[in-house]
Design a protein around this ligand. Structure first.
Ligand SMILES: *Cc1c(COP(=O)(O)O)cnc(C)c1O
Length: 403
C-alpha cells in the first residue's frame, strides 16, 4: 500500500515488540501519543493523574520514577518536576490563594524565600519569617488565615534542626498544611510524611542526582486530593521532565545509599580534624551536642548528610580568598550532595534575626564528596597553611606587644 520513500522515512518496518528486559530504566520519549479508538482519545484527559494522555503530563519513564520516589518517601503519590526550586514554587502556589498567609523559617532555602516574598507577595500571599528554633512556640504565629507552614530541617547554611512533629501538631490545629524541604536528609535519613508533614519536597539535584549534572525536584504526599491539586498546578505551569533526566535520576537513586554512607563516614573524620584546628570558631552540624536542635536530630533522624558549615575566626576573613585558591579538591561551588567536594561561602547573617548564638566570622559550607579521605584532609591541610602562618605571626606580634 505504502509506496513513497517519504512515508518510509517515517514508518520503519514492523518488528516484534518482544520484551527487552534491561535492568536499567527504559527511556521512552514522547510529546505525541496515539490512541486506538475514538473513546480512548476522547477520554484521554481522565488519564492525566495515571496513565498517559500527552508527553508533558507523564511518560512511562516519569511515572516509574514517581512510583519509586513515592515508595521511598512512604507516600501514596509523588510528582517529579524540573528542579527543586520548581517543586517549592509549585507546592506553594498549589496550596495558597490571594489573602492566605505563609510561615517560613529564616533558614529556608534563600531563592525560595525570595520567590515567596517577591513573586507570591505581589499576588496577595503574605509571608512571615520565623526563628527556626521556635518549634511548638510557632502556635503563637499561626492564625486561621495561615494556609501553609514551610519547614527546612536542618536549615540552610546554619543547620538548626526543627521539631517537625511539634510544628505539624500546631499547624494542623488551625487547619494549615506543612511542607518540608527535606533536601539535606533526603528520604533516606528522615521521612517527613511519617512525622505528619503533608508535602515532602526534595531537590533530587543533590543526593539523588549525585554527580553534579542533574536538575530535578520531587513532591510526595499521602493524600490523593492534594496530589491532584499539585498535578493540576504542574499542568497549568507547563512543568514536565524529560525521560532522559528521569532515567539519570533513577540511576543516581540506585547508588545513593552507598554514596551517602561513604561521604558521611568521611565527613565524620573531617569534622574530627576540623575540631582540632585553631582556625575554626564553631562547627555547625546537627551531631554537635551544643548545636540548636541536636536532641531532636537524634530523636527523628537516622543519620547525617555529609554537608555542614564551619565558622572561621573573624581575623582570618582577609585570608579566605588565598586559602580557597590553594584548594585542589575542594572547589568553590554553591551546590552539594555530589561526588565532588565543594565549599560555599555565604553570610547567613544577612536578613536573619535569629543568629544570636552564632559566633562572628566567615561561614563556609562544606559538602564532602567521594574523593579519598586522606586526599581531602591533605587538601585542607595544605590550603590552610596561610591561616597557620598568620596565627603564628599574630601570636608573635601579641607577645611583642605584651612584653
Ligand atoms: C538545591 C536546593 C534547592 C533547590 O534545588 P534546585 O534543583 O537546585 O532548584 C532547594 N532546597 C535546598 C535545601 C537545596 O539545597
Amino acid at each position: 500500500m505504502t509506496k513513497s520513500d517519504d512515508t518510509f522515512h517515517i514508518h520503519p518496518p514492523e518488528r516484534s515488540r518482544q520484551p527487552f528486559q534491561a535492568v536499567a530504566m527504559p527511556v521512552e520519549r514522547a510529546s505525541t501519543i496515539v490512541f486506538d479508538d475514538l473513546e480512548a482519545f476522547e477520554t484521554r484527559a481522565e488519564r492525566v493523574y495515571d496513565g498517559f494522555s500527552y508527553g508533558l503530563y507523564g511518560t512511562p519513564t516519569s511515572r516509574l520514577l514517581e512510583d519509586h520516589i513515592a515508595q521511598l518517601e512512604g507516600a501514596a503519590r509523588a510528582l517529579v518536576v524540573p528542579s527543586g526550586m520548581a517543586a517549592m514554587t509549585l507546592a506553594t502556589m498549589a496550596v495558597c490563594r490571594s489573602g492566605d498567609r505563609i510561615l517560613m523559617p529564616e533558614t529556608l532555602y534563600g531563592p525560595a524565600r525570595d520567590m515567596i516574598l517577591r513573586f507570591l507577595g505581589p499576588l496577595g500571599i503574605a509571608a512571615q519569617s520565623y526563628d527556626p528554633r521556635l518549634d511548638a512556640g510557632i502556635a503563637e504565629l499561626l492564625d486561621e488565615r495561615t494556609r501553609l507552614v514551610w519547614v527546612e530541617s536542618p536549615g540552610s547554611a546554619t543547620f538548626e534542626v526543627q521539631d517537625v512533629p511539634a510544628i505539624v501538631a500546631a499547624a494542623h490545629k488551625v487547619g494549615a498544611l506543612v511542607a518540608a524541604d527535606n533536601t539535606w536528609a533526603s528520604h533516606l535519613l528522615f521521612k517527613p510524611l511519617a512525622h505528619g508533614v503533608d508535602i515532602s519536597m526534595q531537590a533530587l539535584s543533590k543526593h539523588a542526582g549525585g554527580h553534579g549534572d542533574l536538575l530535578m525536584g520531587s513532591l510526595a504526599v499521602r493524600d490523593e486530593g492534594l496530589f491532584r491539586r499539585l498535578k493540576d498546578s504542574a499542568r497549568f505551569l507547563g512543568y514536565g521532565v524529560s525521560p532522559e533526566d528521569c532515567a539519570l535520576c533513577e540511576r543516581g537513586l540506585m547508588t545513593m545509599p552507598v554514596r551517602m554512607r561513604h561521604a558521611a563516614a568521611s565527613a565524620t573524620e573531617i569534622l574530627a580534624w576540623l575540631s582540632q584546628r585553631p582556625e575554626i570558631a564553631r562547627i555547625l552540624h546537627p551531631a554537635m551536642p551544643d548545636h540548636p536542635g541536636h536532641v531532636v536530630w537524634e530523636r527523628d533522624f537516622s543519620g547525617a548528610a555529609a554537608v555542614f558549615s564551619v565558622v572561621l575566626r573573624p581575623e582570618l576573613a582577609p585570608l579566605q580568598n588565598e586559602v580557597l585558591r590553594r584548594m585542589r579538591l575542594f572547589r568553590l561551588g554553591a551546590s552539594w550532595g555530589g561526588v565532588h567536594s565543594l565549599i560555599a561561602v555565604n553570610d547567613p547573617r544577612k536578613g536573619r534575626t535569629s543568629l544570636d548564638w552564632l559566633p562572628s566570622g566567615p561561614v563556609w559550607r562544606l559538602s564532602i564528596g567521594l574523593e579519598a579521605l586522606e586526599d581531602l584532609i591533605g587538601d585542607l591541610e595544605q590550603a590552610f597553611v596561610p591561616f597557620a602562618e598568620f596565627a603564628t605571626a599574630s601570636k608573635a606580634v601579641g607577645r611583642t606587644a605584651a612584653e
